[in-house]
Ligand binder design. Structure first.
Ligand code: SF4
Length: 88
């Protein structure tokens, strides 16, 4: 599979977000604070069970990785869609 078409997936456990806002600073195009409950929303994310998920390509990988890295409660996880392996 060509690198540009390789798919990744972010899985966001919104229930356990503590509203620290670090993800918003890391990737404001995809994370925004919701003033109703002071948790972050994954923009474009689709609700799957208690998580929100979004598939994306290499173009956004570094940004999503930084958001995952700065989250103090590690509720943002990144997977390789093809292999199902957790990247971060
Ligand atoms: S960094 Fe983590 S805890 Fe903070 S708002 Fe984002 S998802 Fe929630």
């Amino acid at each position: 599979m060509a690198t540009e078409t390789k798919k990744y997936k972010v899985v966001y456990d919104r229930e356990n977000c503590i509203g620290a806002g670090a993800c918003v600073l890391a990737y404001a195009e995809r994370f925004a604070m919701n003033s109703k409950d002071d948790k972050a929303d994954l923009l474009g994310g689709v609700k799957k069970g208690s998580n929100f998920e979004l598939e994306f390509t290499l173009r956004e990988l570094e940004e999503f990785k930084s958001a995952a890295q700065v989250c103090p409660v590690a509720v943002i996880k990144i997977f390789d869609v093809e292999t199902g392996k957790e990247i971060l």
